[in-house]
Design a protein around this ligand. Structure first.
Ligand code: C2E
Ligand code: CA
Ligand code: CA
Ligand code: CA
Length: 278
């Protein structure tokens, strides 16, 4: 693309600069947002097949003073490239535990929270110790926390991943494989790792009752998880038809817009109260 023709060179060069500059501006903005506590947790409730509230997933949002609520897809990639994902991820984890602890102290049931963990966090040598101290700081049992990891993270980290997962599992924290079915096709790691839950990716759930390939894949994932003694969660459930199919196939837990969108903290508290009155 770089030609001896000076004009063309400048054209491409400027365009790359614009893109790089926009990224740098976003990174600086995100760094400021962390300091100003503009990153907040929303929580999406998870239900079992009887309709009982059995869990929730923490999903980060950026409460931007000028641009409003920004979804994680717009800033997690930059956080990961810049290393800001480490303080950001730690903030999300500690905020989730702080909220859980406050709800529990207010007399609400202790419903476990699932937190998304990025590859860089998981690769930290003191990750398990950091999780342990965060739980201790908030006076919560390890069973109150689930960590959502991806297949590719476990594959990439190899022996080190096994060591950290062993530490977490010994601690009593539950491990979920997020977006299951979209990563590596090697399944051998499943029996080597102490994994408690498989979360079926929403791309399979979307057409589960209309596309025979997705029907077969979802059935296979549920059977695989159950054969290995794991619990199976379906995410992205939007319709009654999807839910009916998943229930028929024996999925354990569902999460999706059909039941609830991710909620701000105050509304999640209302969902917990409703669960008590149920
Ligand atoms: P994910 O972990 O797969 O989270 C599920 C996403 O699906 C969430 O998007 C959620 O709002 C959305 N969702 C839930 N129910 C439905 C549904 O019924 N239909 C559809 N179409 N979507 C549904 P969100 O909140 O925008 O998060 C996007 C991704 O950003 C997450 O995907 C996760 O990979 C990442 N993310 C979010 N919070 C964190 C975090 O604290 N740390 C890290 N490392 N990543 C995060
Ligand atoms: Ca997730
Ligand atoms: Ca997911
Ligand atoms: Ca996803």
């Amino acid at each position: 693309v770089i030609r001896s023709d000076g004009e063309t060179y400048r054209f491409y060069s400027n365009e790359m600069n614009d893109e790089a500059q926009a990224r740098l501006a976003l990174e600086a903005d995100l760094r400021r947002a962390l300091e100003r506590r503009e990153l907040i947790n929303h929580y999406q409730p998870q239900y079992d097949m009887t309709g009982a509230l059995v869990g929730m997933e923490a999903l980060v949002r950026w409460q931007h003073p000028a641009r409003g609520l920004i979804s994680p897809g717009a800033f997690i990639p930059v956080a990961e490239e810049s290393g800001l994902i480490l303080p950001l991820g730690d903030r999300v984890l500690r905020q989730a535990l702080a909220d859980l602890s406050a709800w529990h102290q207010a007399g609400l049931p202790l419903v476990p929270v699932a937190v998304n963990i990025s590859a860089a966090q998981f690769a930290q040598t003191d990750f398990a110790e950091n999780v342990r101290s965060a739980l201790e700081q908030h006076g919560l049992p390890p069973s109150a926390l689930e960590l959502e990891l991806t297949e590719s993270m476990l594959m990439r980290e190899g022996e080190e991943a096994i060591r950290v997962l062993g530490q977490l599992s010994e601690l009593g924290v539950r491990i979920t494989i997020d977006d299951f079915g979209t990563g590596y096709s090697s399944l051998g790691y499943l029996k080597r790792f102490p994994v408690h839950t498989l979360k079926i990716d929403q791309s399979f759930v979307r057409h589960v009752h209309t596309d025979s390939n997705d029907t077969i894949i979802v059935r296979a994932i549920i059977n695989l998880g159950h054969s290995l003694g794991m619990s199976v969660v379906a995410e992205g459930v939007e319709t009654d038809e999807q839910f009916t199919y998943l229930r028929g196939e024996g999925a354990d837990v569902v999460q999706g817009f059909l039941f609830s969108r991710p909620l701000p903290r105050e509304e999640m508290e209302c969902a917990l109260r409703a669960a008590v009155d149920r």
